[in-house]
Design a protein around this ligand. Sequence first.
Ligand code: HPA
Length: 278
Amino acid sequence: MTDFITMQQIDAAATFVKSRINVIPEIALILGSGLGDLADAVENPVIIPTDQIPNWPVSTVLGHKGRLVIGKLQGKNVLVLQGRSHFYEGHPVNKLGLPVRVMQRLGIKILIITNASGGLNVNFKAGDLMLITDQLNLLPMAGQNPLVGPNLDEFGPRFPDMSQIYDLELLALARKISDQEGLGIREGIYACISGPYFETPADCRYIRMIGGDAVGMSTAPETIVARHGGMRVLGISGITNTIAPNGDNAASHEEVLEAGLKIVPKLTKLVKGVLANL
Ligand code: HPA
């Protein structure tokens, strides 16, 4: 198998990124579909198109710019990935972890990861934000796990603990900011499917039955890699559409992108509040 990422590939990418920046960021953000505009808030940004970075899994999806934006946000040095890559684009699942490995190689210890997702919990409405308390990752259940392959001992153990995958202190901080800012944030379990098609009604009923509150096509693989490497992760879903309990679901990518734009101001408030208090 040649699909596993190696230390050499990771270091080539990390060395390239380091060569372009003067200050090493301390916090990373990954922005989901339609949520990329949050990167506009970064001050004095250095912008690196990801297709210039060796070995990077480049995003091909409309609504994902495909660049790193590195600069200051709320006085913190941040690295923002504006335009992530997805399994459905054909990237081997191991390669989806490369951006997170680069963050770890830079010494970044905190990851704020966001996505667009469909709300399955009947209490959710389009435009809500959901703090991710846990994840149901249907990709590894089908063997698509970014940690499969030779273990990269430099990052973490062969059999990593995933009992608290989303950081409790970061969750508490995000709740506090939501209260202060009146954001009315939701909480729940994020279910990850491969995509690219939106779920069938039976898929929706199944995912709801096994505990999913929201469903999307990203985040879970990156979070696994982040936790393997000891990062603390705050996960936030932007609920771009809701899925009726009977499975009625006529979602479209255009709808997701449009709703994402409306979610960005709220998400920006939340992220800024969290950063200011870290
Ligand atoms: N399903 C899967 N992924 C998504 C959805 C959805 O309804 N909305 C945004 N991303």
